[in-house]
Design a protein around this ligand. Structure first.
Ligand SMILES: *Cc1c(COP(=O)(O)O)cnc(C)c1O
Length: 373
């Protein structure tokens, strides 16, 4: 079997045609046509008022925090287990990330743990829809209302996921998406910030263009801002992908079902969870190995690697990383965030790219069964 990478996109003639058109025609007076189309189509898809195309999801979180006025001395709560991009922008604005535990079933932030970390300094929370799954959003939004906290929903891994009929990314003051090459919808590198709030929308447009009012023709800057813009070629790629979004999501769900039918019979393996009334888009099919099984996660990854099967470790708890070693609250979270430490230690992501097919998945699952036997 040829090497099976852990992730990758689906690119068709439509994407090639749109990007070719953008590089040929999206200049001069038409320089923004693909941004306008992509942003409008994205806002419609999500059912929100505004969408702003950006160079990354990291920049979307950074601008969300700035637009919400989060600054030095403030605390922002994030789940302990997520990609570091969910938390790093909190440091960019001089605030302090506080890491809450995850729920053992959804692997997303636990509402109970979140509430236990709230202090008078807490200003915002960043729930993350990990691997396409959804947290208990009703409980999280209720806590945010009770303590008057802003919500930035990190939907980087969850385009098309749903919670009680509502789309991922539409729950917070802002929602943020990633279009990195590994994500379900890709623009190579890219991101989107969505919001229903006119004030946030205007502030983000201003901040992402070096502190210029939208439409400014005088090149007169009233504040020092940032340069966070997407190119028209990326926007064209994004538009083509968005027009295929149902197909992309169906593919992800099919990939999960293929794995599920092969692995469900194995005692001691847990796969991604989809509670009733939610839709998981399974960005990464993930297995958690029961801690009663003798095999270590790294050993399983090494064995699969020998069979040309690429995997990734479940995200490490952020509080365990050298990057956050000096953080004041780190020491107290290790005992409190027990599910973060337990699940992360036993989880791996399986190949979930858009090029996966039934045959490859059967091969991978057979190898997993052999190794575990
Ligand atoms: C990929 C990812 C990001 C960052 O996206 P970029 O576009 O690479 O900046 C943020 N949060 C989560 C949960 C992610 O998976």
């Amino acid at each position: 079997m040829q090497f099976i990478p852990v992730s990758g996109p689906s690119i068709t003639q439509k994407e090639i045609d749109y990007v070719t058109d953008a590089v040929t025609n999206a200049w001069y007076g038409d320089a923004n046509i693909y941004h306008d189309k992509f942003e409008r189509a994205f806002a419609n898809y999500l059912g929100v008022k505004y969408a702003i195309a950006l160079p990354s999801c990291t920049s979307a979180i950074h601008l969300s925090l700035l637009a919400l006025g989060i600054t030095t001395g403030d605390e922002v709560i994030v789940p302990d287990v997520t990609w570091i991009a969910s938390a790093a922008p909190i440091n960019y604005v001089g605030a302090t990330p506080v890491f809450a535990d995850i729920d053992p079933q959804t692997w997303c932030i636990s509402a109970e743990s979140l509430e236990s970390y709230i202090t008078p300094k807490t200003k915002a929370i960043i729930p993350v829809n990990l691997y396409g799954g959804m947290p208990d959003m009703d409980a999280i939004i209720a806590i945010a209302k009770k303590y008057n906290l802003a919500v930035i929903e990190d939907a980087a891994e969850s385009i098309g996921s749903e919670y009680h009929g509502r789309k991922a990314g539409s729950f917070g003051d802002t929602g943020v998406f990633s279009f990195h090459g590994s994500k379900t919808l890709t623009t190579g590198e890219g991101g989107m910030l969505v919001t229903d709030r006119e004030d946030i929308y205007q502030r983000v447009l201003f901040l992402r263009d070096h502190g210029r009012k939208p439409g400014d023709k005088l090149f007169y800057n009233t504040e020092v801002g940032y340069k966070y813009k997407m190119s028209s070629m990326q926007a064209a790629l994004g538009l083509a992908q968005l027009e295929r979004i149902e197909e992309l999501i169906d593919r992800k769900r099919q990939i999960f079902r293929w794995y599920q039918s092969e692995l469900d019979c194995i005692q001691g393996l847990t796969l991604n969870y989809e509670p009733v009334n939610t839709k998981n888009t399974y960005w990464m099919v993930t297995i958690i190995i029961d801690d009663k099984m003798t095999i270590e996660k790294n050993q399983l990854m090494d064995e699969l690697r020998k069979k040309n099967i690429d995997t990734r470790p479940f995200f490490h708890p952020l509080s365990s990383l050298l990057a956050y070693e000096k953080l004041a609250n780190t020491k107290t979270t290790v005992a409190n965030n027990r599910y973060s430490y337990k699940i992360s230690q036993h989880g791996i992501n399986l190949p979930s790219g858009m090029n996966m097919d039934r045959e490859k998945i059967i091969y991978i699952c057979q190898e997993i069964k052999k190794i575990l036997a």
